[in-house]
Every structure is written in structure tokens, then in C-alpha cells.
Design a protein around this ligand. Structure first.
Ligand SMILES: [Zn+2]
Length: 282
């Protein structure tokens, strides 16, 4: 038990090494199930080891809950979800950019919490909550995209509230928003393993807030600043400069060309981290 909550350099390196084998077996399974590309598998292995090294059980449990929740809903395969995914930047097979966009902020916040614990002999609850908030936002956003596409009816643009085509960036549905709260709450559960004296209800509610906030941030950026291209063959609005379905190039249509789906996801996890940081004071 001492090793799990120790913030010394020796304990952090030992935990990174201990995490390697279980993380590699989970990543290998995900790769075989085509939930990860080769680059995504390496990034996920690094992320998993870094999270156990810095955030011990609580951050690893949060990552696992996110992974299980996201993979389970990603396999729903309803026609609506498949249609929405073909319009989105990438499929349900995640590459290194997507892994970094979903997990990078959580690793950074976990590292700050570990550094604080090392220097101040006690991890700050706020940075612990920020790390969990980032993962709660990633999970909330993933579940709201998948379940919103599968179960949501009448998606509307988050800014104008006008009806939009299912799967459009910035489109929200009631089912999607509820799924965002649920995904965030699921990850928040891991907080009961974290050091400090916050109650389980605090963690679950905080996770739900971060999940909802992250998903809304994702939708707002998706509706306003995210880059969109129009396919030169079928004319569909898409999130990449190349439409795989048509094997054709697409022309810039709106938004900032450098703000891709990965950038928007990273910003959404940063919003979740900020919510976690602000909700827990000590
Ligand atoms: Zn096309």
C-alpha cells in the first residue's frame, strides 16, 4: 500500500515499471479488437504507464473505466452511429493523436499532483480532481457522441439550436447530454480511491459536471471554430481534408484549418480539468 501512495521518484519509477505488463496486455487486446491503430497502441501504453506512475490506482481506475465505457459504446454499431462516424474525422479505431488528445491533459495534471505530493508531502486534491475531470470530460464526450448518435433524436446545433444532420460537429441531443453526465460520473467513481477525504458523492457529481462541461465545450468548438472541409465528389461537409468514403480530396469550408477534431477533444479535456480543479478546494 505504501508504494501506491508514495510520491518519491523511486516509487514513481517502480509504478511505471509495474504498470507495463498489465497495460501492455490491455493495449494488445484493444489492438486485436481494432479499437487502436499501431501508433494508438504505443501512445496508449505510454499513457497507461504514466497514469499509474503519477496517479497510482485512482487515475488508472479512471482510465480503465473510460476505456471500458468508450469501447463498449463504440461497438454499438447502430446505422446512425456508423453514419455519424463516417462523417467524423476518424472511425472507432484510435490513433496516437486521438489517444494524446483524450489522455494528455489527465497525465499532465496527474504529474502536477504527484510533484506537489513530493514537495509538499500531500497531493493537492485540486490537481487530483483536475486529472479525473480531464478523463471524465473525455469519457463524457465519447459516450455522448456514440449514444447521442445511436439513441438521440432531432439533433440541434448547440449555438443556433437549429436542427442539424446527425453526426454534425456541434450537434447536441438530450440523450447525448445525459450520456455525457453518465460517462463523467462513471469516471468520477474512481475518485474514491484517491487520497484525501472527498466523499464518493462528491466524486460522482464532480465527474458528471466535468463530463457535461467537456462535452458542451467540444460541441461549442465543433460548431464554431473547428475546421470543416467539403468533399469535391459528394459535397458532404466533413472534418478531414480527405473523404475516405469517396477517396477524394476536400476543400476548406469553414473554421480554423489547424483546429482539428483532436485539437477540439484536447480543449474539451482541458475544460473538464478546469471544472474538476474549481469544484474541489483544498
Ligand atoms: Zn465524398
Amino acid at each position: 500500500m505504501h508504494l501506491l501512495y508514495d510520491a518519491s521518484r523511486h516509487a514513481i519509477i517502480t509504478r511505471a515499471a509495474l504498470a507495463a505488463v498489465p497495460a501492455a496486455s490491455i493495449v494488445w487486446t484493444a489492438y486485436r479488437l481494432r479499437a487502436l491503430t499501431v501508433s494508438g497502441a504505443w501512445a496508449a501504453l505510454l499513457t497507461g504507464c504514466a497514469m499509474f506512475a503519477f496517479g497510482s490506482l485512482w487515475l488508472s481506475a479512471a482510465l480503465l473505466l473510460f476505456f471500458v465505457g468508450g469501447s463498449a459504446t463504440g461497438r454499438l454499431g447502430t446505422p446512425q452511429a456508423v453514419q455519424a462516424r463516417s462523417r467524423a474525422a476518424k472511425g472507432s479505431c484510435r490513433d496516437a493523436g486521438q489517444v494524446a488528445a483524450n489522455g494528455g491533459v489527465a497525465v499532465l495534471c496527474g504529474a502536477v499532483a504527484a510533484l506537489q505530493a513530493y514537495h509538499l508531502s500531500g497531493a493537492s486534491l485540486r490537481w487530483t480532481a483536475a486529472a479525473l475531470g480531464a478523463l471524465a470530460a473525455a469519457c463524457g464526450d465519447t459516450l455522448s457522441t456514440e449514444l447521442g448518435a445511436a439513441l438521440g433524436r432531432n439533433p440541434r446545433d448547440v449555438l443556433t439550436l437549429r436542427p442539424v444532420v446527425a453526426g454534425t460537429s456541434g450537434g447536441v441531443t438530450l440523450a447525448g447530454l445525459l450520456a455525457a453526465c453518465g460517462g463523467g460520473a462513471l469516471v468520477g467513481l474512481a475518485g474514491i480511491l484517491a487520497p484525501g477525504n472527498a466523499s464518493a458523492a462528491h466524486w460522482v457529481l464532480g465527474g458528471a459536471c466535468a463530463g457535461l462541461g467537456g462535452s458542451l465545450a467540444d460541441s461549442l468548438l465543433g460548431a464554431s471554430l473547428q475546421a470543416r472541409w467539403r468533399c469535391s465528389i459528394c459535397g458532404e461537409l466533413i472534418e478531414t481534408p480527405h473523404h475516405d468514403a469517396c477517396q477524394a480530396a476536400a476543400a476548406p469550408q469553414s473554421g480554423l484549418t489547424w483546429l482539428t477534431n483532436d485539437g477540439v477533444n484536447a480543449a474539451a479535456t482541458a475544460a473538464g480539468a478546469a471544472i474538476g480543479f474549481l469544484l474541489f478546494r483544498t
